[in-house]
Design a protein around this ligand. Sequence first.
Ligand SMILES: [Zn+2]
Length: 288
Amino acid sequence: MSNTVLKTTLFVLLSTLSVVLGCRGNQKDGVLVAVSINPLVSLASAVGGDRVEVARLVPPGASPHTYEPTPSQVVMIGRADLVVLVGLGFEFWAEDLLSATRPGNGERLVVYLSETVEPIDGNPHIWLDPVSAISQVELIRDALVEVDPEGASVYAENAARYISELQDLDRELVSEIGTWSQRSFVAFHPAWVYFARRYGLVQAAVVEETPGREPSPAELAGIIDTARRIGARAVFAEPQLPPGVAETLAEESGARVLFLDPLGGSEAPSDYLELIRYNVRTMAEAMK
Ligand SMILES: [Zn+2]
């Protein structure tokens, strides 16, 4: 059997299984919410509280940009009452799962958080702006009320509490970032554009415009030029940056390489509020 045939067979088998499991919805303890990435676990859990079980599709350490779902995730997404995705094509790998796991069944609600924001060039990293996260929490609250109307008052209360924590975080960031002497940075991949727009920072250049594709020597030279010209003190890298590229950039431009983490859950904190604080503390090392 070829690999493709095997994959297809497995997929059909598991899809059928997931539909069967999906029909057992009434026997579940709570509402099952499937989310794509780690930060959305925090948002959905904060609103759902004890009434929901939140399952994450992309495991810590994996890149959502180049992700391939596993068979157990086909089952998970098939059982979910609510699926929370970023949208803007970010979870391109989830679209087939969604159409395969419950064809024509209206019981599962799928929401796209990007519907609440003004997108910047189709960039999906909307969760990294804590003020945008407020509208995202409101969308999750409304979606939970739709799939579980009995929990409406609980969801409203939980959402209000979390929104006030996000507002506190925003105030904290405004006063912290306001003291930084450096406003421009070079990014490994364009994860921080919404964050930058919110807090008056400037992404001057990007190393990997397309996730997973390393820059050519000519592109790298262009980035080094930009970094020198703007006097960038920081290159925002991520753990998956090839170390060679990071070292070259740092040596040639005089900037420091800061390892940020837009997702968390492995070395960086898993909790959304703590993850943002962790990244801002790291940025401050070079930008203050
Ligand atoms: Zn990304």
